[in-house]
Design a protein around this ligand. Sequence first.
Ligand SMILES: Cc1cc2nc3c(=O)[nH]c(=O)nc-3n(C[C@H](O)[C@H](O)[C@H](O)COP(=O)(O)OP(=O)(O)OC[C@H]3O[C@@H](n4cnc5c(N)ncnc54)[C@H](O)[C@@H]3O)c2cc1C
Length: 356
Amino acid sequence: MTGKHIVVIGAGYAGLSAAAGIGRGQDRVTLIAPEQRFHHRVRQHEIAAGHRVARPDVAHVLRGRRVTHLATRVTELDLAARKVATEDGGRLAYDTLVYALGSRTAWGTVPGAAEHAYSAERAEELRRRIAGAPAPGTVAVVGGGATGIELATELAEAYPAWQVRLVAAGRVGGWLSERGRAHVLKVLGRLGARVDEERRVVAVTAEGLETDGGPIPADVVVWAASLEAHPLAAEAGLAVAEDGRALVDGHLRSLSHPEVHVVGDAAAVEVPGIGRLRMACATAMPQGRYLAKLLTGRTAEPFAFRYALQCISLGRGEALVQLIHPDDSVRPRVVTGALGRLVKAGIVKGLPLSLR
Ligand SMILES: Cc1cc2nc3c(=O)[nH]c(=O)nc-3n(C[C@H](O)[C@H](O)[C@H](O)COP(=O)(O)OP(=O)(O)OC[C@H]3O[C@@H](n4cnc5c(N)ncnc54)[C@H](O)[C@@H]3O)c2cc1C
């Protein structure tokens, strides 16, 4: 042992893969995250639809690795003293901190959204609300990005008596290729979901949505319009970008505090030829794995990354695999139908296995 203490905070795709990899080395590693079972976040829409999602124990992922898991929440970071405070009253000193607190739903400035809407984080409550309703009604999903599309299709398929409306300020799947977007709209239509595009939500109330094109009544509202980085980085004084993500160099080291590495949705990672990576499991996990190699001396190179695919599930029987260039720009080709579903399901089910 070198006597160095590495503290990893957050056990999502980035934090857990980093901790598992660093735990193969000689340093003492402590992982702080509240969950005993891995939070397989890219499957939250499936939970909302009442499907069972397998989640490995964090202890199982870390077996045989030199990592102590503290199942608690970080409440404060003292960057000057190099200490982490936890909600159970603990204070832990570190030599190196791996910050991997990820992101959460951004409610924006829309009045009533946080109060009246559900989000992917509250998938189980959303399921209970819909399944337990005395009669079917309307569920409005706000957000035309991948999360909104996945939620809308999954809910429309699982609860066919409900009217699902997907409401977007711009075009649903507007960044996809023409074929990709057309496929998404076709599947939404086939599942009976209604699409409201170019409708900016200005308020959420107990009666539904107020939009710039008039009201959209809804019994249940699901907010999937955007994500924001966990606020602790900015609160603690780490240098952050305008979107709250921590600024890092090519080795994923904080620009303001080099003893802190930041990975996953919490980091504003710039890659030459691509620019700033988007918040995604597809970018978070490679960062966690890279950091493990860096901190165990298996590489000294800067982080390198190329995008491969964009996969969006469209209910249980369908998916869209959008072929993309390494810089994330879309190609015209897509894979759909049973093959698309097979690719998407294979990737998602395989993710927990690749955490180690
Ligand atoms: C419904 C849905 C579908 C998605 N589908 C895809 C997809 O198909 N492909 C894709 O690439 N991306 C997808 N994403 C995005 C993806 O889930 C995120 O980009 C990814 O989870 C980021 O990983 P992360 O490890 O950075 O953070 P997270 O997964 O957010 O993990 C954060 C970790 O920090 C912990 N934490 C938070 N606060 C504290 C605290 N105070 N103290 C200690 N620990 C704390 C959490 O418990 C968790 O362990 C989807 C997201 C959603 C919501």
